[in-house]
Design a protein around this ligand. Sequence first.
Ligand SMILES: [Zn+2]
Length: 409
Amino acid sequence: MPAIPLSGLIGQPEVAAFLRGIVARQRYGNAYLFQGPAGVGKGTAALAFARAALCDRVPGAAAFTKRADEEPSLFGDAPATEPAAVAIGDDACGECPSCAKSAALQHPDLKFLFPLSGEEREAEKGAAETLDAMREDPFFTFRYDRAASIRVAQTRELQRELAYRPYEAARRVVVVRDCDRMREDQYSTLLKSIEEPGATTVWVLTTARPSRVPATIRSRCQRVRFAPLSESLVREFLTGTAGVPEREARVLAALSGGSLARALSMRDGDALKARDAAMALLAPALEGNARAMWTGVQKFMNFGRTGREDLRRAIEYHQLWLRDVLRARHGAGRESLAFADREREIRALAAQIDATEVRRRLLVLEEALRSIDGNVTADLTLFSTLSRVAGSRMGEGRWPAHGTSRWDY
Ligand SMILES: [Zn+2]
């Protein structure tokens, strides 16, 4: 995860302008809630904001530190320095000692809380490993299981530190990633700290599920809203910065749903190969061969070893395929097709299917995605979805008596 400055944030111009305004004026609120879909840059923006707030060279930073010895707290409206006398900065300079430390995630006044999976006693190790991975992997994305949470030990340690003044900077910044994954008592600690007048701590909370954050917390935070990224921005990033080949980047960007993190997390697998495997499942359904289709589905589910995410993706490939068919029907050029490499097949299908039928199939897939989140039998769901997408009623009422696959939660 490279240290990206506020000026380098992708696709969130309003957010960047708002945060840079705060840095330039040096008027920090006690807490901010960054909310928006997963993987659109909330975490990156939170770190960029924190780094700007800790930079030695932004206006007022030095004067702040000097006077911090004399007064218990200068946070708030105290005029720390003559604004005209210092250079105007609204972003981390990237060159001062503070910036070097914050870029390495080693600034003593930068605290970072994030959800962890696994056992409580392993939490410390898990946290250290995650931080190492963040430092080393330029395209690091957070991945954790459903039960991952911000650990009590992490918040306790932070609580102890909050009793002291910041070590080096004028303020301390605490970034809490996915803050909806906390226990009730952790929220009350947080609340107490946010409400403390004259506090020197700036809280930056991020969440993709704001409704799960207690209203008491939400109401005390300034909300900063993030939008999904456009497909072309994600594609540009993948081909330009991440060096993903164009053909694959096109597919990943289309699958990403505007989430750069999702696109990045999928770039290790062979997206084109996975797509072709998913599309091949449909072939026997189109021929009306139920037996071959069932065998194909069983093979794909691999005795239940195929996870929910892979199943979801297989269905999403079919969605993208049909989206391309619709686009082709409306005369879209090669450039706007996600599966441009299979343009000929897409155009052939577009020529013989009507738009209503494509939409009907898209609805079937939509329904399948919803049921994957519920407690359904994977192989049966995939089987029935494919046969309905193929346009037949094949197999209805006489499906195999029982499914053999289950997936883990
Ligand atoms: Zn700096």
